[in-house]
Design a protein around this ligand. Structure first.
Ligand code: FMN
Length: 145
């Protein structure tokens, strides 16, 4: 039996939870960014994907206005680092709400490795990292907050 859901009849939080539970499985990426004040930031994102292959671009979706989004908007730079299953503890630890002046790298014991062309470091423990060609922010009309 099929069940229809009308987004207009659900709160944004309810629809977010619905999407979260049906669009699966999702790989997890750490988004690394550096604030204008120079503090490195790291946060896991499952809403990320390849946005374009030529030029090669990746994107992440911030559900609400978070430090990763603020940093990427302010500096135009972020790095996506894939997080494998053995890193699940550190993924969850970086997903908690650290104050903006603290770096998640240091707080959870991950190693910041200098990136080749952008300021935000990559995660040394990550098997694959990708810097965006150019950071551009697109705002959706509504986002669960
Ligand atoms: C596995 C996992 C996946 C997550 N995916 C997202 C996501 O796609 N978008 C988002 O806004 N938050 C996501 N979060 C929550 C953020 O990582 C969390 O709010 C974090 O504290 C944001 O950090 P920031 O303020 O430094 O950007 C995820 C958390 C976890 C543990």
């Amino acid at each position: 039996m099929r069940t229809d859901f009308d987004p207009a009849e659900l709160s944004s939080g309810q629809f977010y939870r619905l999407l979260n539970s049906v669009v699966i499985p999702r790989p997890i990426a750490w988004v690394s960014s550096t604030s204008a004040a120079g503090v490195d930031n790291l946060a896991p994102h499952s809403f990320f994907t390849v946005a374009c292959v030529d030029p090669p671009m990746v994107q992440f979706t911030s559900v609400g206005r978070k430090d990763s989004l603020c940093n990427a908007t302010e500096t135009g730079e972020f790095v996506v680092c894939l997080a494998g299953e053995p890193m699940v503890e550190q993924v969850n630890a970086t997903g908690t709400d650290f104050p903006a002046h603290l770096s998640e790298f240091a707080e959870v014991g991950l190693t910041p490795e200098p990136s080749l062309r952008v300021a935000p470091p990559r995660v040394a423990e990550s098997p694959v990292t990708r810097r965006p060609v150019r950071s551009r922010r697109t705002r959706a009309a509504r986002s669960a907050e």
